[in-house]
Design a binder for this molecule. Structure first.
Ligand SMILES: [Zn+2]
Length: 282
């Protein structure tokens, strides 16, 4: 696969420290997700939006932490999960490949923060006829009680690839009064793209911002043949013997990156033999 350029996340302060500005730009990772999962145009756009929303929620994770967003949508029926890791890698999955072009979604979204296998936080919100942007906005206000405004835009180019996949989250800090904040963020609802383009140039509300963080976000999956081998090994001698007998091998496809790993009967047999026999097991 041709390497896709990494995305970017910038954290800045604006309005003399009155607002915290978070902006993400992810056309590269969004295209990699779409290609890996063979997504058609509508699914490609929706998956890009989900990825942007997840990145916008991930600004405060660090180290080995992981932020996941799960979309369980009943109309138009789809299921997606996106993850951003503290090391700047992200991955995701979207189903089905083909989707009707419908912006208003009905279902649930669930946001969780984890550290290894331990879940640190989980929040669930209903999506009731909203766009991904609207759902994210409501999640922030209702579940997180954050005084913030968000905008996210994903557009496809003439070739069908994701050309634009940007988002921003503008948070009011205590020294700014709510009325000024409302005035400053009003353009977001009318033309989010213009605000994001201004942020990309290092300005907000016509004034330069102070950048306090700038990180790359790269689509990368943490799976490996070693991890899959360990997983098969954990099934035990009996299960592996059955796999050899019934399927003559095994194929394991990663949920997130769609990478297939195959094991023939000889490899499985070697794996089976490497497992110490348990008491009472043939
Ligand atoms: Zn993978």
């Amino acid at each position: 696969m041709v390497p896709y350029p990494p995305g970017r996340m910038v954290v800045a302060l604006g309005c003399g420290g009155g607002v915290r500005l978070l902006s993400v730009s992810l056309p590269g990772p969004a295209n990699e997700l779409a290609t890996r999962h063979n997504l058609g145009p509508a699914a490609r756009k929706r998956a890009a939006e989900g990825l942007i929303a997840t990145a916008l929620l991930s600004a405060h994770i660090k180290g080995d932490e992981r932020l996941s967003v799960d979309f369980q949508i009943s109309s138009p029926a789809s299921a997606a999960v996106y993850e951003v890791h503290g090391d700047g890698t992200l991955r995701g999955r979207f189903r089905p490949e083909l989707l009707p072009d419908q912006d208003r979604l009905y279902g649930f979204l669930s946001v969780s923060k984890s550290w290894g296998k331990r879940e640190l936080y989980r929040g669930i919100a209903q999506v009731n006829g909203e766009t991904v942007e609207g759902a994210l906005q409501r999640f922030l206000v209702e579940s997180q009680q954050v005084n913030a405004r968000v905008a996210l835009v994903a557009d496809l180019g003439a070739d069908g690839a994701v050309e634009y996949a940007d988002g921003c989250l503008i948070e009011r800090l205590p020294q700014l009064d709510p009325e000024t904040f409302a005035t400053l963020t009003a353009p977001l609802a009318q033309n989010g793209k213009r605000v994001m383009d201004e942020l990309a140039l290092g300005a907000f509300g016509g004034e330069p911002v102070e950048v306090i963080g700038d990180t790359e976000l790269q689509f990368r999956c943490g799976c490996s043949r070693e991890k899959v081998t360990a997983m098969i090994r954990s099934l035990g001698r009996v299960e592996i013997a059955l796999m050899i007998e019934e399927q003559g091998g095994a194929e394991v496809i990663c949920h997130f990156c769609n990478e297939a790993r195959r094991y023939d009967a000889i490899e499985l047999e070697a794996l089976r033999r490497s497992i110490p026999e348990a008491v009472g097991e043939a």
